[in-house]
Write a protein that binds this ligand. Structure first.
Ligand code: MG
Length: 280
């Protein structure tokens, strides 16, 4: 398995490991949580590209993030995240295009995003609006030579595939996060990975344990990669089997404490290196 290891990182705003931590751990690829609006300038794009170059780090994906999003509960996530809440839909589409243009200045060809809680009824106005929004966004990305990677979350594999088919864009793919399927109470991530395998262009090496309360209502618990209910070896083996060649991007939702980040991300790097060698 030759996939490079990556880490979910941030430069000024958002969730993720600091660049310096990634560098100290010898990590060569990152997915970047979108920089704050005031940072997305030409001058910063140049300065940031230079910094990445010096550190020998490549950005594989820029991940969208919006003000007002919160993941504090599953219900609040549904109300606030992605392109489903109607009140912010158009403004977020416009901002996503701006972020994509900034990513293009960094030479990044993939944009990652949670779409939010897609309604189950494909005939509902909100479902149709979400499809149209993603059609508009993928059309904009296409002009930049970019693709959109939808983060797996609360949808089943079937719903996600149906959504992709309904959008019908040839630059729409999946960023597969196995832990999210456990956190949102969807179930077996490995089976889902096999179902959507042909669309997977990015992954998060993230782990979780299922809720002991009500699945789909109460959050499960996010834990260090290898310590939860994602079978790490099976996950990597399945990626190998479906022919996935992209980065294995470690995502860990812990506070920006460099020492803790270094220790926990470092352990995940060791585990992934070990498994890669074992898989061959
Ligand atoms: Mg993720």
């Amino acid at each position: 398995m030759n996939n490079p290891i990556g880490v979910f990182a941030s430069i000024d705003a958002g969730l993720g490991v600091r660049l310096e931590v990634a560098h100290e751990l010898g990590i060569k690829t990152i997915q970047l949580h979108t920089p704050a609006k005031q940072s997305r300038t030409d001058a910063n794009a140049q300065a940031f590209s230079k910094k990445l170059n010096n550190l020998g780090i490549t950005v594989t994906t820029v991940f969208l993030g919006f003000e007002g999003e919160t993941y504090e509960t599953i219900a609040r996530t549904a109300e606030t995240v992605g392109f489903i809440p109607p009140a912010t839909r158009q403004a977020r589409l416009t901002e996503s295009c701006d972020i994509a243009d900034f990513a293009a200045k960094l030479g990044v060809s993939a944009i990652g995003s949670h779409i939010g809680f897609v309604p189950h009824d494909q005939n509902s106005a909100d479902y149709k609006a979400a499809v149209k929004t993603i059609q508009d966004l993928t059309a904009h990305l296409k002009k930049n030579g970019q693709s959109l990677h939808l983060e797996t979350g609360q949808e089943s594999a079937d719903s996600l595939l149906a959504f992709i088919m309904n959008v019908g864009a040839d630059n729409l793919f999946i960023n597969f996060d196995p832990a999210n399927l456990i956190l949102y109470g969807i179930g077996d991530p490995i089976g889902a990975l096999k179902s959507v395998g042909q669309f997977v262009r990015g992954v998060h090496c993230k782990d979780a344990t299922a809720t002991t309360g009500k699945p789909g209502v109460d959050w499960g618990c996010e834990v260090p990669f290898g310590q939860g209910q994602v079978d790490a070896e099976k996950f990597l083996r399945t990626l190998f089997e479906i022919g996935y060649t992209g980065a294995l991007t470690i995502e860990r939702e812990i506070p920006a404490e460099p020492e803790r980040q270094k220790a926990e991300i470092g352990q995940a790097v060791e585990l992934i290196e070990e498994l890669k060698a074992k898989i061959g």
